[in-house]
Design a protein around this ligand. Structure first.
Ligand code: TYD
Length: 137
């Protein structure tokens, strides 16, 4: 069973130069899965929250490319809040962790690297169902 302690910050490579910084991310090397999909959240209005679901199989790494936001992690027993505010580290989330993203700073950009293509059937969007499924796994 996955727990919030399986969620961890991953240091990403940072290539610094006088001209600025560059962070490459390679699947199965810098992060622990092959990257099948990338998406990003931006123009999040002040006070809005995102997430509010778990994934049956999907693994993700979340990076704050610009600005900051909080990720609230919940495994049905414990909760943990992780603030993301740098482009050179990411938060790894295994399958079956309930997550919410909130407290976005103005202009924040959240990059998500995902292990699978989009599949609505992989979502659990009801917290009570998540708790039941979590007890089974
Ligand atoms: P959702 O994952 O619920 O957003 P968040 O967790 O950030 O609040 O997705 C919002 C909508 O976008 C939903 O209708 C599904 C759609 N969507 C895609 O079509 N493809 C994707 O890769 C993702 C992540 C979402």
């Amino acid at each position: 069973m996955t727990t919030v302690d399986d969620c961890r910050l991953i240091d990403l490579p940072k290539i610094s130069a006088r001209q600025g910084n560059l962070t490459p991310v390679e699947g199965n090397k810098d992060i622990p899965f092959a990257i099948e999909r990338v998406y990003y959240l931006y123009d999040v209005p002040g006070g809005e929250a995102r997430g509010g679901h778990a994934h049956k199989e999907l693994q993700q790494v979340i990076v704050s490319i610009l600005g900051s936001f909080d990720v609230i992690l919940d495994d049905g027993r414990s909760r943990k809040i992780v603030r993301l505010d740098r482009a050179y580290y990411g938060l790894y989330m295994p399958r079956m962790i309930w997550r919410e993203l909130e407290n976005f700073s103005s202009g924040a950009i959240c990059l998500v690297l995902a292990s699978r293509l989009y599949d609505e059937n992989d979502y659990i969007r009801d917290y009570e169902i998540f708790l039941k499924e979590k007890q089974k796994s």
